[in-house]
Design a protein around this ligand. Structure first.
Ligand code: HEC
Length: 107
């Protein structure tokens, strides 16, 4: 009996994780903008995957990524709302192996 349960769990868990990672506080303005503006090039990263400081760096990088690909970058207000949202739900300690050294500012 235990085996069957484990089998079901193994089958269901990846599906749930892959389909739509439920975002925290999905109705907030930040979450809405995050879903609209940040899912165009890659799947959304869960806010808890990065720390607040890492989100700051990533969103800056993404602004440049958008400019490079001729996608409208975030407005100041959108950037503020997305960053506040991501930071509010960010990790205390990093979960995703982000290269700490790549955080150095561009020349
Ligand atoms: C114009 C396309 C584009 C948009 C729009 C975009 N990204 Fe990205 N993003 C990329 C590309 C390309 C990569 C992978 C290359 C890289 O990390 O520089 C990436 C990687 C990432 C990573 C992973 C970095 C890592 O170290 O693994 C995060 C986190 C991320 N994006 C967050 C965001 C957020 C937040 C937004 C919305 C503000 C966003 N992205 C919007 C193109 C985009």
């Amino acid at each position: 009996m235990g085996r069957a349960l484990i089998g079901v769990a193994l089958l269901v868990l990846p599906l749930v994780a892959a389909c739509s990672t439920p975002l925290p506080d999905p109705q907030s303005a930040g979450a809405q903008i995050y879903q609209v503006r940040c899912a165009g090039c890659h799947p959304l990263y869960a806010p808890r995957l990065l720390t607040a400081a890492m989100w700051q760096v990533q969103v800056d990088r993404m602004q440049r990524e958008m400019l490079r690909r001729a996608v409208n970058p975030l407005t100041e207000q959108e950037q503020y709302l997305v960053l506040s949202y991501l930071k509010a739900h960010a990790a205390e300690t990093p979960e995703l192996g982000a290269p700490a050294s790549s955080a150095s500012p561009a020349p």
